[in-house]
Structures are given as structure tokens and as C-alpha cells.
Design a binder for this molecule. Structure first.
Ligand SMILES: Cc1cc2nc3c(=O)[nH]c(=O)nc-3n(C[C@H](O)[C@H](O)[C@H](O)COP(=O)(O)O)c2cc1C
Length: 246
């Protein structure tokens, strides 16, 4: 499949067959992840494969998502300036700048770009994936379970596996809402496009084969604002992990 077509066909996969991903394929996916661009080439991220069943259940409990207990290979993606700080100290350098907002953001960017590379590579091989931001529902627990040192921060999980069933394609916002020219445009300037999108998304939610419901984009925003897991402690945890202490 053409790469653009592959990307336009992306959908998250939450149910996987019992067929495991072999280690060679997993290594290939990690290699492809690593070829993503990286700020100052610091490659400031790590992937942690969760293979211990007890640990898997503990992390699944943090996500509160039952499908995480099932099939698929679980990775936890970590923003990681610890490795760079250690290597800096080994050559007698002060690593303080690696903890600043600039380098924290870059580590999130590096990790996310690498993970998206991995997702695209996985999909090109017939695998499905789902990001798990819900791994941060109890970030302190994940830090403890994985022994994450200072200057690391878990960002999300990623489940990868052979799809069991297929989801419908989820319609995205219209281009007018996300692509501006020479400056920002308020939503009030593309109201008609948004109204069309509300209808399109409503139809998608009503017709989809799993978890069909009455919803539109307003409902998506409302859901985010009334989440059971607002994760308000994350700034404190970032400070505890040594980040953003300028
Ligand atoms: C950072 C991030 C965190 C996410 N966390 C979760 C999650 O915890 N559980 C889940 O089921 N889906 C999660 N998703 C998947 C989104 O719900 C999904 O990408 C979005 O609804 C669009 O659907 P699609 O990927 O099927 O096109 C996450 C996606 C991203 C990018």
C-alpha cells in the first residue's frame, strides 16, 4: 500500500489475536522508530517492553482498560534525559540544562515521533496498535513499578499486535479547522465546516460496530473536561523526576 494511503487508513486497534509478535519483528519496529528525527540528535526516549505477566497486570490496572490485560505486546514509552545526563556527568559536564523545559519538551517530541514511526511501520506489516495515555492515570505507580530514575518520565503505553476484528475509520476535523495561513484563525471563522463535521462524527459514532453511541465533537470535548482521571498531579511528578526545576 502507498504510504499516504496507509497513513490515511490509520485506526487504533484494541483487540488482538493471541499470535505473539516475534522478537525479530519487534527489533525491526524499534529500529524504524529510532530513525525518526530527534532534537539535537539527543534521542531522548526509551521503550520498555513489559513481558512479566504480573507487571503487565499492574500496569493494566493503572490504565483501568480491560483490553490491556488481554493480548498484544505492551511497550511503555519514556521521555528520557537520564541517559544523556549520565553520559554528560561521565565526561565531567553539568547536565542541568537537560532538565529544563526546552529539553523536556524535546524529549516528549522525540519519543512521540519515534513512536509514531513505530506505529506506521507496524501498520505496514499488518499489525495494529493503540496508544495508552491512561498509563498516566497513576504515573507515580508506573515510575515505581518500572524503577524510572530522575530525568525520565513515562508518557504513554503502546499495545501492538495482530488485529482481531477491524474498527471503522474515525473522521477527522475539516482542514479549515487545523490548517491556517499566515496566522491563527478562531473557530468562529469556520463555523459551517465545523457544523458539517459534527454531523459526520455523529453518524460515525451512531453507526460504528463497537461502542455505538450518540456523540459529536462537543461531546468529545465535554468528555475530556469531565474525565474521571484529570491527572492533575503530573506537574508535581515532573518536578519530582527532576524536570522543569529551572
Ligand atoms: C497520546 C494518546 C493517548 C491515548 N490514550 C488512549 C487510551 O488510554 N486508551 C484508548 O483506548 N485509546 C487511547 N488513545 C487512542 C485515541 O483514542 C485514538 O487515537 C483517537 O480516538 C482516534 O482514533 P483512531 O486512532 O482510531 O483514528 C490515545 C491516543 C493518543 C495519541
Amino acid at each position: 500500500m502507498d504510504t499516504i494511503e496507509l497513513l490515511n487508513q490509520h485506526r487504533s486497534q484494541r483487540t488482538f489475536s493471541a499470535k505473539p509478535i516475534n522478537n525479530e519483528l519487534l527489533s525491526q519496529l524499534i529500529t524504524t522508530a529510532q530513525h525518526a528525527a530527534s532534537s539535537i540528535f539527543l534521542q531522548a526516549y526509551s521503550f520498555i517492553s513489559i513481558t512479566d505477566p504480573v507487571l503487565r497486570q499492574q500496569i493494566a490496572a493503572v490504565t483501568t482498560m480491560p483490553f490491556v490485560q488481554q493480548n498484544g505486546h505492551l511497550l511503555i514509552v519514556v521521555a528520557d534525559q537520564h541517559r544523556n545526563a549520565t553520559l554528560a556527568q561521565q565526561q565531567g559536564l553539568d547536565p542541568q540544562l537537560l532538565s529544563a523545559a526546552d529539553r523536556f519538551l524535546a524529549s516528549v517530541e522525540d519519543a512521540t515521533l519515534a513512536t509514531q514511526n513505530l506505529v506506521t511501520a507496524a501498520e505496514s506489516r499488518g499489525l495494529g496498535t493503540v496508544f495508552l495515555g491512561s498509563a498516566l492515570n497513576d504515573a507515580a505507580k508506573v515510575i515505581e513499578l518500572l524503577h524510572l530514575p530522575k530525568l525520565t518520565m513515562p508518557l504513554f503505553g503502546l499495545l501492538i499486535g495482530y488485529p482481531d476484528g477491524e474498527n471503522e475509520l474515525k473522521p477527522r476535523l475539516p482542514e479549515a479547522a487545523v490548517h491556517f495561513t499566515n496566522g491563527y484563525q478562531e473557530p468562529t471563522t469556520y463555523t459551517a465546516a465545523l457544523t458539517d463535521y459534527q454531523q459526520t462524527l455523529q453518524q460515525y459514532y451512531q453507526a460504528r460496530s463497537h461502542n455505538a453511541r450518540h456523540a459529536d465533537f462537543d461531546q468529545v470535548i465535554r468528555g475530556a473536561l469531565t474525565s474521571k482521571h484529570p491527572r492533575r498531579e503530573l506537574l508535581t511528578i515532573l518536578h519530582q523526576q527532576g524536570f522543569l526545576n529551572e
